[in-house]
Ligand binder design. Structure first.
Ligand SMILES: CSC[C@H]1O[C@H](OP(=O)(O)O)[C@H](O)[C@@H]1O
Ligand SMILES: Nc1ncnc2[nH]cnc12
Length: 309
């Protein structure tokens, strides 16, 4: 754990496509920790809320969006946030909608994930080590945190509309994470609907899995940009279509972040919304054996000092 931990930065925000900075915060500093899994996507911005409370912001694809979804250094990102003392991650993502009622511009708080990544992304901190662990992932998002967010995000959306329609908020939805970088075919898009998926992106995995392994509470605030490729009489999604809504979605996402962060920090400091994930790896790690290399244990101590120091 780095000396940054003493800063008491409890909340980390990961910005997705279109969201490369937050609003109304005082810049404190940039930090760029070298983790055992390399450097994060970009230096992390530590900034202060009006009360002085610090939060950490990280642009998932880099500050200039130079990192493709399959190449995001998700292990370094999660490990770097953990090294700052972060306990909860609010991740933002631009997503396609697989349901008529989830319109472009709407917000979604998913509670389930279907994994359609192709095994090319390192998806575990334990990969390549002599330590075996199996994190519980049946409920991939931090349930208490997601439920806590629901009313706050709804209220923030009502204030963010600027005279236009208030964006809808959809809860209890399922997100499918595909490999990309190409968008889905029409057949795939229809298959995901038949599987019960409601939205689609290329980024929630392995981020959510790694957050769980690092015992961080993780919630995704998704913003719909398009209807993907399932509508029979409409053109399938293009990047140009995504870009049309990206800026406005990012503006509203910044408003949501600015609205919830102060209260979230206070709730996290009190502790009761983040209790599900803390300690969750304790019985997920196979017992210590002679075959576990000390160097691997030292590496894992970076994210789980309670079990490996
Ligand atoms: C720009 S379209 C596809 C791209 O957008 C989403 O990124 P993020 O989740 O970081 O907002 C999606 O996951 C894809 O990576
Ligand atoms: N249709 C889509 N598929 C995958 N990722 C996306 N991000 C935004 N729209 C998307």
């Amino acid at each position: 754990m780095s000396s940054e931990a003493s800063e008491n930065v409890l909340i980390g925000v990961i910005g997705g496509s279109g969201l490369y900075h937050l609003d109304n915060l005082t810049f404190v500093k940039h930090v760029n920790p070298e983790t055992p899994w390399g450097y994060p996507s970009s230096p992390i911005t530590v900034c202060a809320l009006p009360s002085g409370t610090k939060v950490a912001f990280l642009a998932r694809h880099g500050a200039g969006h130079s990192i493709a979804p399959s190449a995001v250094p998700a292990r370094a990102n999660i490990a770097a946030l953990k090294s700052l003392g972060v306990r909860a991650v609010l991740a933002f993502s631009a997503v396609g909608s697989l349901r008529e009622e989830i319109a472009p511009g709407d917000f979604v708080l998913p509670t389930q994930i279907i994994d359609r990544t192709k095994g090319v992304r390192p998806a575990s901190f334990f990969e390549g080590t002599t330590v075996v662990a199996h994190a519980a992932f049946g409920d991939p998002f931090a349930g208490r945190l997601v439920r806590w967010l629901e009313a706050r995000v709804r209220a923030a959306l009502a204030h963010a509309a600027r005279g236009g329609a208030v964006p809808g908020l959809h809860t209890d939805k399922c997100i499918v994470c595909m490999e990309g970088p190409q968008f889905s075919t029409r057949a795939e898009s229809q298959m995901y609907r038949a599987w019960g998926a409601d939205i689609i992106n290329m980024s929630v995995l392995p981020e959510a899995k790694l957050a769980r392994e690092a015992e961080l509470s993780y919630a995704l605030i998704a913003t719909a940009t398009d209807y993907d490729a399932w509508r029979p009489n409409e053109s399938p999604v293009t990047a140009a279509e995504v870009f049309k809504t990206l800026q406005e979605n990012a503006r509203i996402s910044r408003h949501v972040a600015a609205t919830v962060l102060e209260e979230l920090h206070a709730a996290a400091a009190e502790g009761d919304i983040l209790t599900e994930e803390a300690g969750s790896m304790q019985y997920s790690i196979m017992p210590r054996s002679e075959q576990q290399k000390e160097e691997d244990r030292q590496k894992l101590a970076y994210i789980l000092p309670a079990y490996f120091s």
